[in-house]
Design a protein around this ligand. Structure first.
Ligand code: PHE
Length: 461
């Protein structure tokens, strides 16, 4: 199936592939979306369900994407139709559509990070109340403009191809990101009043686990936690299929999955070591176990700048610049992978040149994102549909494909494998994971339609 593929580009090094996949996983999901989902869905009980799903479902599904991608050496649409068993092409198209939708609003949020950077450098961010500033920049012309600007940067990198564009840029961007985040964490540690933040973040409140504040059976919580698992690991829409399709050697896919997912969790954890001490040191809102602040897509962007405003002057602007610079770098390496899914599919499907397909994809993604740049309500809605419905459906189909349709899945995984877990993996993705995924997906649909019904019904009938 990969016979005509001799000219396909490949990663230059194993490290390049690993860094690109880490770059895809680590993004706004870790720093912007995770805290807002946690607060929306009930705090620690959400975190527990999320971590559980991350290891039990996230890791096997990531292995499945790698197995599919490396085996087919094709972009998702072609990879799924290469099995010859059934026509899986519509699922590949679903992946491309999901990538389209996610990048359209992801780029808007990334555009906000750019605005915060530019305006921190100009000393503007710390001069205004964060609410006023956010309201001014998040919806409207300027938001559209920076969304466009961010898409241009992303397109520029993807245009240069896998080795020269993606691999080269992540080798510089990821170490820079980690270095800056560590610097911020050390700085946060020395803020007076930081201790309460660590306490909230790090002490396991097992006494509260089964109290009424912790409701594990909440459908919204379950759907959000599953959606976040897929989002943060970039699963369910073919990003990891695409990246692994550029693998040549017989790498150990399980080892790579572990490195990538553990790095993703560690960087998310590191972000918490910045955000929580800052929140307590600058009294941004009270951090009490079981009590969560109201949270929406704007929370991070309104809360954290309050600290920088309190510091004020040069240093306030400096730390604001570095913080949003980190968010921007993290967003960029994820956006690259989203755009690569769409681009590589157009290349494989229609035999287009990379240049033409990057242009077509970026322009259409930009246009699709305009409503999100004009209205944060729309942005939140698109985010919910993409995560709780599209990524979960995509993840379900990936397990079915790798577990049942693809004949040689376990054989493919065994190549280069150092620990004999191929049969265990196959068992998980054949039986256990699809059942859980299907249940969560149905509940998520139900929850979603119920929400829409509530909105449509007159209040208090
Ligand atoms: N994983 C990225 C993040 O956490 C988002 C993403 C989702 C990237 C799906 C690619 C595919 O920000």
């Amino acid at each position: 199936m990969s016979a005509d593929n001799d000219s396909r580009e490949q990663w230059g090094t194993r490290l390049g592939f690993i860094l690109a996949a880490i770059g895809s996983a680590v993004g706004l999901g870790n720093i912007w979306r995770f805290p807002y989902m946690t607060a929306e869905s009930g705090g620690a009980s959400f975190v527990i369900v999320y971590l559980f799903l991350l290891f039990l479902i996230g890791i096997p599904v990531m292995i499945a994407e790698f197995v599919i991608g490396r085996n087919a050496k094709l972009s998702p649409v072609k990879a799924l139709s290469s099995s010859g068993v059934a026509d899986w092409k519509p699922i590949g198209i679903l992946f491309v559509f999901t990538g389209f939708l996610i990048l359209s609003y992801y780029s808007v949020v990334a555009g906000w990070t750019l605005q915060y950077m530019v305006d921190s450098a100009g000393g503007v961010v710390t001069n205004y109340s964060p609410d006023v500033y956010f309201a001014a920049i998040s919806q409207g012309q300027r938001s559209v403009f920076f969304h466009l600007f961010f898409m241009l940067i992303t397109a520029g990198i993807v245009l240069s191809g896998v080795k020269r564009g993606i691999e080269k840029s992540v080798k510089f961007l990821i170490p820079t990101l980690v270095f800056l985040l560590m610097g911020l964490a050390v700085w946060a540690y020395f803020r007076p009043g930081a201790a309460a933040g660590y306490e909230f973040y790090l002490s396991p409140r097992t006494d509260l686990l089964f109290s009424e504040n912790y409701n594990f059976l909440d459908i919204n919580l379950l759907a959000n936690a599953a959606g976040q698992t897929f989002f943060t690991l970039s699963l369910g829409m073919g990003a990891m299929i695409t990246y692994s399709s550029y693998l040549s050697s017989n790498d150990d896919l399980v080892e790579e999955t572990l490195i990538i997912s553990l790095s993703n969790v560690s960087i998310a954890f590191l972000a918490g070591l910045i955000v929580f001490p800052i929140i307590s040191a600058y009294n941004i809102f009270p951090l009490e176990a079981g009590q969560l602040p109201e949270s929406t897509v704007s929370t991070l962007f309104q809360a954290i700048p309050q600290a920088f405003k309190s510091i004020g002057g040069f240093w306030g602007s400096f730390f604001s610049f570095v913080f949003f610079g980190c968010l921007f770098l993290a967003a960029l390496t994820s956006a690259i992978s989203l755009l690569e899914v769409v681009t590589s599919s157009l290349i494989d499907e229609f035999n287009l040149s990379r240049k033409l397909s990057v242009t077509i994809s970026s322009v259409s993604i930009f246009l699709l994102g305009v409503p999100a740049a004009l209205n944060t309500g729309w942005l939140g809605m698109a985010d919910k549909i993409a995560n709780n419905i599209l990524l979960l459906s995509g993840g379900f189909f990936i397990t079915i494909y790798a577990g049942w349709v693809m004949k040689e899945a376990a054989v493919e995984l065994k190549k280069g494998l150092s620990i004999p877990v191929a049969q265990l993996w196959l068992g998980l993705i054949r039986y256990f994971i699809p059942i859980i995924m299907l249940s969560v997906l149905l509940l998520s649909f139900w929850e979603f339609s119920y929400e829409m019904l509530q909105e449509a019904l007159p209040a208090n009938a």
